[in-house]
Design a protein around this ligand. Sequence first.
Ligand SMILES: CC(C)(COP(=O)(O)OP(=O)(O)OC[C@H]1O[C@@H](n2cnc3c(N)ncnc32)[C@H](O)[C@@H]1OP(=O)(O)O)[C@@H](O)C(=O)NCCC(=O)NCCS
Length: 238
Amino acid sequence: MLRSLTSASPTDILTLEPSLAALTAPNDLIIVGTGGHGHEIAWVASEATIEWRLIGFLDDQVSNHGQVIMGARVLGALTDWTHYSNAAFIIAIGSPRIRRDVVRRMQTLGRPRFATIIHRSVIHSPQVHFDEGSMIMPGSVLSTDIRVGRHTIINQSSTVGHDATVEDFCTLAPSVTLSGNVTLCEGAEIGTGSSVKQGVRIGRGAMIGMGSVVTKDVGDHELALGVPARFTRTLEPF
Ligand SMILES: CC(C)(COP(=O)(O)OP(=O)(O)OC[C@H]1O[C@@H](n2cnc3c(N)ncnc32)[C@H](O)[C@@H]1OP(=O)(O)O)[C@@H](O)C(=O)NCCC(=O)NCCS
């Protein structure tokens, strides 16, 4: 469940702002990113396995500052996180590259604490390890002996099979199926509705187009797509 400042009037929120830094508590949540994924994370946090209190958003777009989104105010730019350093942060940005860059920028100013947000409907065994900053969206199923790395998104209705490894900064779009023993290297991105055969390794910063069936390993920084998935082009290094 999520408690937010929704019930407060805009004036109340403004009044609270200067003292938020001192008041922030371990379950206070700040979402970095105000786009569609940021809205989704606000919703998922409200129905998560841990009770979060959404206290606001951060976004570098100055025109968004002060706006109220999903019942919480846009508090400032990314670098303003230090004013709320007792809170937990979640980077709600779909692109692995941008998400990784945002984390790096925040870490130049200190050691932010990142939330791990798991929707209540997610099914997983106790043998799944979720690292900080990961977001596990509604209806996902993860079986046994799985590692989900830092700042990884497992999007809605995706499934992850036994002994799979999903390294840091990966993004699984909705309805992805990873079979057993699959490895997604750091920053790999899997398009909506794609399936990956057991034992396949998808390289660092690689991308799989939506609707693909991946039957063989995909190299670092490669874009592959289709049924079966074929190499299409080389991407920027991750
Ligand atoms: C694969 C992908 C990255 C290619 O993007 P792109 O380089 O911008 O390519 P374009 O959209 O310009 O398409 C180029 C061609 O590839 C085709 N194509 C694009 N994606 C394809 C896919 N997944 N499977 C088959 N063909 C595809 C297009 O129809 C187009 O064909 P054409 O030249 O005959 O018209 C992108 O289409 C994709 O699948 N992204 C993942 C989307 C997703 O899962 N989003 C989740 C959001 S939560």
